[in-house]
Design a protein around this ligand. Structure first.
Ligand SMILES: [Zn+2]
Length: 563
C-alpha cells in the first residue's frame, strides 16, 4: 500500500487557486495548467515547466523548490525533504567564491597535474596493473604534499594502497573533516569504442563546454584533485585552513573496497573526524545543482555451474546431457517476474517504504524521462512496474546480471556441449536491506533453481549497506550554502543509485557523510569516453573552498552532537 498525499498549491496564491495564476506566469507560459490545481498536479506541473524550458527550474517564483510542494505534508527527518530546504535554512549566498581570483592564474598548471595523474592506468581490477595502482598512489601523495598537506603517507592495505595526508592547524575549536575519494579506475574495454586513448587525456568541446576525456577523469581523479587544489588555494590566499583537514584517497574503490573497512578500523585514530566529505558523486545537471544525501547499497555474487567433467561432443552427447548455457540462461531469466520485480522470495521484505513527504518531493524533481533515456543512450526504459524513474534508480532495490560466461564464442562454430559456465549478479539495495540478508535469500534460491546433478557454487563478492545522511544536519546546510554560492542556485537533494564505501566511512568513523560531487549523469563513468566537464571541475574547486570556510564558521561545536 503506497500512501498518496492530496496536495493543494500554495504558491503565493490562495489554496486551490489556479496554479498558473499563483505562479505568476505569463501568456507564453499559459497552458501549463488551465484549471485549479488538484491532487497529483505537483508532478504534472513540474513536468510541464520542464517541457516549457528547464531554466525556469529549480527556481520558480522566489527560488524555492519547496514551493512546488503541496500542503498537507508532514516533513520528516528524511532525504527528499525539499520542503525544509529553503533559503532560511541555507542563508545568504551572495558574493563571489573566495578562490575565484586565485583559480584564474592556476588553470594551466592544475590541468597539467590532472593530465599527469590520468596518464597512470591505475586499473584496480586487473592484477597486471598493480604497479600502476601503486604509481598512482605515489602521484596522489606528491599532489597532496605539493598542495601543502603534511604527514602524507601511503597506507598499505594488503591490496591497492590508500593515501593519507592532513593539515591540522586550525585548532581544537575548528571542526575536523575527512575528504574521501579514490585514485584507482575502471578497466577500459571495449577499447575500440574510445575516440581517444583512455590514458592519453585530451580536452575536447562537448555539449557543456570544454571537457577532459580520459579514464578516471571524473571517477575519481578529477574530483579528488579539485579538493586538493582547494587546499592549495586557501593556503595561498588566506595562509591557513578554516578546518582541520584529512585526506583519505583509496586505491580499491572500483573493485568494491575489499580492504577498506579493515583499514578504517586499523587507522580509526588517525582518521578521526567530525564530518566526512565524499567527492565521488554526481549532480542532476550543470544548471540544476544537487547534493546527494543517500546511496543505494550493493551486494554481488558469482554463480558457477558445472554439468560435466569436460566439454562434450554435441553430436555424440548433445540431447542427453545438461547444457550449462541453458542452465545459466534459465537462472537469469527467473531472476525477475513479468512486472520487472526481483522474483527471489522475501527480497523486498526489508525495504523501508517511502514516507508521503518523500514520495511528493521525489515528484518535484524535474525529470524528463525521454531526455534521460537519450542521455543513457538506451532504446527504451524498463524496470519495476508502477514505479517512477527516480524511484527505480534511487529508492528501489534492483538486480542486474553484469556478465554471463559460458561455452564457445570465438570465430565460427564449435560443436560442443560446454561443461561449465556462470554469471555474475549484483543487487542494488535500499534501506533497510543488508548484503548478508540478501545472500541468505539468494544462495538457496539459486540452488533450488538448478537441476539436481548440476554442480553449483555461489560466491559472495562483497557488498555495502545503503548509506543515508540526515538532511537537517547543520553541516548539510553548510554544504548547500557552498554549492549555492558557486552555482547561483540552491541545490536539490538527490539520492544516487550507485554504491560505494560511504556507508562504511560513516559507520566506522561514526560521522555524517556529506557529498560534494560534480559529475554529471552522462559523464560515461565506467564506460568508454569517460569525461569530466571542466566547468563542473572548476566549480567543484570553488565549492570546496566555500565548504571549508562554511564549516570553519560553524565551528566544531556547531557540528558535533547534531544528527
Ligand atoms: Zn568512483
Amino acid at each position: 500500500m503506497r500512501a498518496r498525499v492530496a496536495p493543494r498549491w500554495r504558491l503565493g496564491g490562495e489554496p486551490g487557486c489556479s496554479a498558473v495564476a499563483a505562479l505568476d506566469l505569463t501568456e507564453e507560459d499559459g497552458g501549463l495548467l488551465d484549471r485549479p490545481a488538484g491532487p497529483g498536479d505537483d508532478a504534472l506541473l513540474v513536468r510541464r515547466l520542464v517541457g516549457a524550458g528547464r531554466d525556469r527550474l529549480p527556481q520558480p517564483v522566489e527560488g524555492h523548490v519547496g514551493q512546488f510542494l503541496g500542503d498537507g505534508l508532514q516533513p520528516g527527518p528524511h532525504l527528499f525533504d525539499v520542503v525544509r530546504h529553503t533559503a532560511s535554512s541555507v542563508g545568504a549566498v551572495d558574493g563571489a567564491p573566495r578562490l575565484a581570483g586565485w583559480v584564474e592564474g592556476e588553470r594551466e598548471r592544475i590541468l597539467d597535474d590532472l593530465f599527469q595523474w590520468l596518464r597512470v592506468p591505475s586499473i584496480s581490477a586487473q592484477p597486471d596493473h598493480a604497479a600502476d595502482v601503486r604509481r598512482s598512489a605515489e602521484v596522489t601523495a606528491d599532489l597532496l604534499r605539493g598542495a601543502g598537506l603534511r604527514n602524507v603517507e601511503i597506507l598499505e592495505t594488503g591490496g591497492g594502497p590508500s593515501v593519507y595526508g592532513d593539515l591540522l592547524g586550525a585548532g581544537p575549536d575548528a571542526p575536523t573533516a575527512l575528504v574521501y575519494g579514490h585514485h584507482d579506475v575502471q578497466p577500459v574495454d571495449p577499447l575500440d569504442e574510445w575516440h581517444s586513448p583512455p590514458f592519453e587525456p585530451v580536452v575536447a568541446d562537448g555539449p557543456y563546454g570544454p571537457e577532459c576525456r580520459a579514464r578516471g577523469a571524473i571517477d575519481d581523479k578529477g574530483q579528488v584533485l579539485f579538493q586538493i587544489e582547494a587546499v592549495r588555494g586557501l593556503l595561498a590566499t588566506g595562509g591557513r585552513l578554516p578546518v582541520n583537514l584529512k585526506f583519505l584517497v583509496e586505491g580499491e574503490e572500483e573493485i568494491g573496497s575489499p580492504h577498506f573497512e579493515a583499514l578504517l578500523v586499523r587507522e580509526r585514530e588517525r582518521l578521526a573526524c567530525d564530518v566526512t566529505v565524499v567527492s565521488d558523486t554526481d549532480m542532476w545537471a550543470p544548471d540544476v545543482p544537487s547534493v546527494c544525501v543517500g546511496m543505494r547499497g550493493m551486494v554481488g555474487f558469482e554463480v558457477h555451474v558445472r554439468t560435466a567433467a569436460a566439454d562434450l561432443h554435441s553430436g555424440l552427447f548433445g540431447g542427453a546431457v545438461p547444457n550449462p548455457a541453458h542452465v545459466v540462461a534459465r537462472l537469469v531469466a527467473a531472476l525477475h517476474d513479468a512486472d520487472g520485480r526481483v522474483a527471489i522470495p522475501g527480497f523486498y521484505d526489508d525495504v523501508r517504504p517511502l514516507t508521503a513527504a518523500e514520495e511528493t518531493s521525489l515528484a518535484t524533481i524535474p525529470v524528463d524521462e525521454e531526455a534521460w533515456r537519450r542521455m543513457a543512450g538506451a532504446g527504451r526504459l524498463e524496470g519495476e512496474a508502477g514505479r517512477s524513474l527516480l524511484e527505480r534508480i534511487w529508492t528501489r532495490p534492483t538486480c542486474d546480471v553484469v556478465g554471463i560466461g559460458v561455452g564457445y564464442t570465438g570465430e565460427g562454430i564449435k560443436t560442443i556441449v560446454p561443461a561449465q559456465g556462470g554469471c555474475k549478479v549484483t543487487f542494488r539495495l535500499v534501506a533497510d536491506q543488508t548484503p548478508a540478508r540478501v545472500a541468505e535469500l539468494f544462495e538457496p534460491w539459486v540452488r533450488a533453481a538448478v537441476p539436481e546433478g548440476v554442480e553449483v557454487t555461489v560466491t559472495l563478492e562483497g557488498g555495502f549497506l545503503p548509506a543515508l545522511t540526515p538532511v537537517e544536519h547543520p553541516a548539510v546546510a553548510a554544504l548547500c550554502r557552498a554549492v549555492a554560492r558557486v552555482w547561483g542556485k540552491e541545490p536539490l537533494f538527490t539520492r544516487i543509485g550507485g554504491s560505494g564505501p560511504e556507508e562504511t566511512l560513516g559507520r566506522v568513523l561514526d560521522v555524517p557523510v556529506l557529498y560534494l560531487g560534480v559529475a554529471l549523469p552522462d559523464d560515461r563513468f565506467h564506460a568508454p569516453n569517460e569525461r569530466m566537464v571542466l566547468g563542473q571541475f572548476w566549480k567543484g574547486l570553488l565549492a570546496a573552498g566555500e565548504l571549508w570556510t562554511e564549516l570553519g564558521a560553524l565551528g566544531r561545536a556547531g557540528i558535533v552532537g547534531h544528527g
